[in-house]
Ligand binder design. Structure first.
Ligand SMILES: Nc1ncnc2c1ncn2[C@@H]1O[C@H](COP(=O)(O)OP(=O)(O)O)[C@@H](O)[C@H]1O
Ligand SMILES: [Mg+2]
Length: 420
């Protein structure tokens, strides 16, 4: 618009200059005409100067427009950069593996990243504020005291959560308080693991103590066994029976204590050529009176031609005693207990099969999978260690163990060893 009007003006002024030149001589000479001419000249001059000023103004406007455009571009760029930086920060806050939130003095949360929102879900109520003032105060205090890290337990929603939190007061660049900034981590699982670890350590310490105790108990038990056997030799009738009962009690205790010792320490068999029949006869004759006393029939059938194996005598004795004691516990009053051996064909050599059979209460199918687990027991005073030790002994002798059982019919444990 501006340039259009300038062109029009300029046209008008050159037109008048042209018309001035065409003025007749006589008219120019008259006074009026002189004045007119003067006026025209002044007008032309003024018009020229106006034209100049206008064009200067025009170029200034152009420059200013350019400057404005440049400024605008710069502004846009800085705005874009600001938005990008904001977006960048938002993404970082969203992806942070810990919770971040800002707590205003009014109790409102001005910023809460998704992790913080998730962790505090149950503890936040209306408008994102903490449901409990106590909890809010705890967080504020943690920021004021600038402690390294503090633990806060949340109990909202019925589920206990442990948070590790650290905080700091937040101020703007003019030093005005914006509230407190908090960083939180859910350490519930870590805490549970730590506790489990501590429990494990305590258990291990207890295991060591139990092993020492078992060691101390075994010596006096040996003496009780020995003196009871001496008494048995000297006495007759009831006295002999009583002495026999003392021996059986001492042996049973010794088996329990040995199970504990084997469980807490590593099982390290000392292998030598040994006769399983010998062990069976020995333990059989020792247990027989006790078995008969309960009204249970005792049977021993040693049918194997070859009963020599490479084994640890003490451990095999422990194995047989555990199986016999278990069978007896399954038959509180009547029934029959049989220990049998026979040779069966193995891959390379003949194997010795040892069976301990009872007609007791049997094992339910659900329990059958668990009986070899340490501490699994259905007996009121049981430790649940017997069969787990039996299993370890069989494994350390490269043997095999099987069990068959019918509830209220009885149980058969079968063990296979390589013979020599
Ligand atoms: N001969 C058996 N008859 C019935 N149940 C048995 C027999 N032997 C073992 N069990 C079952 O296996 C469980 C584990 O046995 P064991 O490891 O020796 O521990 P404990 O004798 O201390 O109970 C017993 O509590 C019992 O339920
Ligand atoms: Mg047992």
């Amino acid at each position: 618009m501006a340039s259009e009007s300038t062109t029009t003006d300029r046209d008008t002024s050159s037109e008048s200059a042209g018309r001035l030149a065409e003025f007749p001589e006589n008219a120019r000479q008259s006074g009026e005409t002189g004045l007119l001419i003067e006026a025209f000249r002044t007008f032309t001059l003024a018009s020229n100067s106006l034209e100049l000023t206008f064009s200067q103004l025009q170029s200034r406007v152009r420059r200013l427009t350019e400057e404005l455009e440049a400024k605008n571009r710069e502004l846009e760029r800085s705005l874009r950069e600001k938005q990008e930086a904001q977006e960048y920060l938002r993404t970082i806050l969203e992806k942070l593996p810990c919770g971040v939130f800002v707590l205003e003095e009014t109790g409102a949360m001005t910023l809460c990243n998704p992790m913080a929102a998730e962790v505090l879900r149950e503890s936040r109520g209306e408008a994102g504020r903490f449901r409990s003032d106590e909890l809010r105060n705890l967080f504020t205090a943690s920021a004021e005291e600038k402690r390294e890290e503090m633990e806060i337990t949340l109990a909202a929603g019925g589920e206990k959560k442990v948070l590790a939190t650290s905080g700091a007061p937040l101020e703007d660049d003019r030093g005005r308080s914006l509230g407190t900034l908090h960083i939180i981590r859910d350490v519930t699982e870590v805490k549970a693991l730590e506790e489990k670890n501590q429990r494990g350590e305590r258990l291990a310490a207890m295991g060591e103590m139990a092993a020492e105790l078992a060691h101390e108990i075994r010596n006096p038990l040996g003496s009780i066994d020995l003196f009871a056997s001496l008494l048995m030799r000297e006495c007759t009738g009831d006295l002999r029976n009583w002495a026999e009962n003392i021996r059986i009690g001492a042996r049973s205790l010794n088996t329990i204590v040995s199970n504990m010792l084997h469980f807490t320490g590593p099982l390290s068999p000392v292998f030598a050529e040994m006769d399983i029949h010998e062990i069976l006869r020995e333990t059989g004759s020792f247990c027989e009176p006790m078995i008969r006393q309960r009204g249970v029939r005792w049977e021993i059938g040693l049918a194997a031609d070859c009963s020599l194996i490479n084994g640890d005598r003490e451990l095999i004795k422990q194995l047989v005693l555990n199986l016999i004691f278990n069978a007896m516990k399954a038959m509180p009053s009547e029934g029959s207990l049989a220990v049998r051996t026979r040779n069966v064909d193995g891959k390379n050599r003949r194997r010795l099969e040892l069976r301990v059979e009872d007609t007791g209460v049997g094992i339910t199918p659900e329990h059958l999978d668990k009986i070899f687990d340490p501490f699994f027991t259905t007996n009121k005073n049981g430790t649940g260690l017997g069969l787990s030790i039996v299993n370890q002994i069989v494994e350390s002798h490269s043997g095999e163990i099987r069990v068959k059982s019918k509830v209220n019919r009885g149980t058969v444990f079968t063990i296979l060893f390589d013979t020599i």
